[in-house]
Design a protein around this ligand. Structure first.
Ligand code: HEM
Length: 405
């Protein structure tokens, strides 16, 4: 165990954010678990540990199914932040069994590889149209013009959000996701609360509307589960929709632009991909490993757990460093090298265990579709200006990606 004072890990330092991977290498070399005072968390950087902890039932995304805030040595959220917490805490990602199992079962039918495979022609058609428009314009912002509209439209379509209503989805999501960064500010919390209130109100109305006129979308399916079988509360339904809408695009948007930024920085690999489009599936996996879109996930310690001789006690919080796990040389040969042909690639970007990303099959289809469309329709795509990173650590992304064709 090491103390934070001498760690290179500094998630607020722009130099660290520009390239966190060397600092991770140092963390891994120095030990399997590190106390990090600024966030009161135990950092875990190795692939084997992250992989095991994601499956560990002594840890939880929440503790509220077993303990009150007081029993767990934590303070309840302040009342003015309640709208955010109510929304967040009833989505499946922040529930543990049996509630998690009940809701995940209801939603998972819509996300099986076979169901999602049926969406492929629609996703590919949309990716093609978006890329053609970019090409016709002579270039643009890959984030705004392709990476963002594709997954937003797909998840909105699945849920049945009418097209004219979709504009606020991205800003609501961005404001809510601000709370997933480390030590969010009061201002971030205020924005998240406002977005939570507006998003909830919008969905309440949409649900009432859909109840009167059901369609074949996911919201209508959830309403049926609520009304007929009493398998879902109204709050769970709203929270699940928000989770699906937010998780359904945030990481995909960032994976797309992080991925293309990495390709532009590695022209040899980009040329190999352009010469052989059959590399697309392994390229999608490798780019998600190489520059991991979601860098850190947290778990509460529900019962004491020992990591490499250090007892991490009940009530503590563990921060699993996905970006570090994905660069662990114990698992990946030459991890700092982008290798689009990497065959053995057990990256952890979609998580593991009971919360394993339900949208992974869909994300893979979306990422492959936009990559193929860009390779085929924009074969000379090039960077128009150096991209700027967002100041966020957990959700790793770019402010934009200016390209020319
Ligand atoms: C590249 C894109 C994506 C990445 C990297 C990603 C990553 C992840 C990760 C790491 C988790 C687990 C978090 C944890 O264990 O604490 C997760 C859960 C989840 N993801 Fe994704 N995701 C992506 C795309 C999607 C898409 C397209 C959807 C669409 C619906 C989605 C929906 C969800 C949901 C609902 C959960 C919660 C599952 C549960 O708690 O059982 N994700 N995702």
């Amino acid at each position: 165990m090491t103390a934070e004072s001498d760690l290179a890990f500094d998630p607020w330092d722009p130099a660290f954010l520009a390239d966190p991977y060397p600092a991770y290498a140092e963390l891994r070399e120095r030990g399997r678990v590190h106390w990090f005072e600024p966030t009161n968390q135990w950092l875990v950087p190795h692939h084997a540990d992250v992989s095991a902890l994601l499956r560990e039932r002594r840890l939880g995304r929440t503790y509220q199914h077993r303990f009150t805030h007081e029993e767990f040595g934590r303070t309840a959220p302040t009342p003015e932040h309640e709208p955010f917490h109510t929304l967040n805490d009833h989505g499946m990602l922040d529930l543990e069994p049996p509630d998690h199992t009940r809701i995940r079962r209801l939603v998972s039918k819509a996300f099986t590889p076979r169901t999602v495979e049926r969406l492929k022609p629609y996703v590919e058609g949309l990716a093609g149209d978006l890329v053609s428009a970019l090409v016709d314009a002579g270039g643009g912002d890959l984030l705004r013009d392709v990476a963002e509209p594709l997954p937003v439209a797909v998840i909105a379509e699945m849920l049945g959000i009418p097209e004219p209503d979709r504009a606020p989805l991205r800003p609501w999501s961005a404001d809510i996701c601000g709370m997933y960064e480390l030590n969010p500010s009061q201002e971030t919390a205020k924005r998240a609360v406002r977005a939570s209130v507006e998003f909830t109100e919008y969905l309440r109305e949409l649900i009432a509307h859909r109840r009167a006129r059901p369609g074949d979308d996911l919201i209508s399916g959830l309403i049926a589960a609520h009304d007929e079988d009493d398998r879902l509360t109204e709050q769970e339904m709203i929270s699940t929709c928000v989770l699906l809408l937010n998780a359904g695009h945030e990481a995909t948007v960032n994976s797309t632009v992080n991925g293309w930024a990495a390709l532009f920085q590695n022209p040899g690999q980009l040329a190999a991909l352009r010469a052989d489009h059959s590399l697309v599936p392994s390229a999608v996996e490798e780019l998600m490993r190489y520059d991991t879109p979601l860098q850190l996930f947290e778990r509460w310690v529900l019962d004491d757990i020992e990591i490499d001789g250090t007892v991490v006690p009940r009530g503590a919080e563990i921060a699993m460093l996905f970006g570090s796990a994905n660069h662990d040389p114990a698992v990946f040969t030459d991890p700092a090298r982008l290798d689009l042909t990497r065959a053995d690639n057990p990256h952890i970007s979609f998580g593991a265990g009971i919360h394993y990303c339900i949208g992974a099959p869909l994300a893979r289809i979306e990422l492959a579709a936009s990559m193929r469309a860009l390779l085929e329709r924009a074969p000379t795509l090039a960077l128009a200006e150096e991209p700027k990173r967002t100041p966020n650590f957990v959700i790793r992304g770019l402010e934009g990606l200016a390209v020319e064709v």
